[in-house]
Design a protein around this ligand. Sequence first.
Ligand SMILES: [Zn+2]
Length: 95
Amino acid sequence: MNTRAMARQHTTWCARNHSCGATEHRSEPYRANHPGLGSLVMTRAQTADGRQYAEIRLNVPLASEEPAARRQLHTALTELYHLLRYFRHIGRRAA
Ligand SMILES: [Zn+2]
């Protein structure tokens, strides 16, 4: 799909603003702040070839001391990996 055609065919969830560009449609970002826990921003996007993805940015406070901060980082990576595997699993079940 060329840039002009993509711009005409916004998705129903597309923000239709400056964040929707030549190569993808993007939703308004969902923002959640959980005092004492952290915050997240999630944006839905669709590339020009029709694939969709969620862009997720997490802000997680870390312990000020080592090795606690490293353990937290390790836990974050492990849990995010499990989330990716779970998404692949439910994506295959839906297909
Ligand atoms: Zn759009």
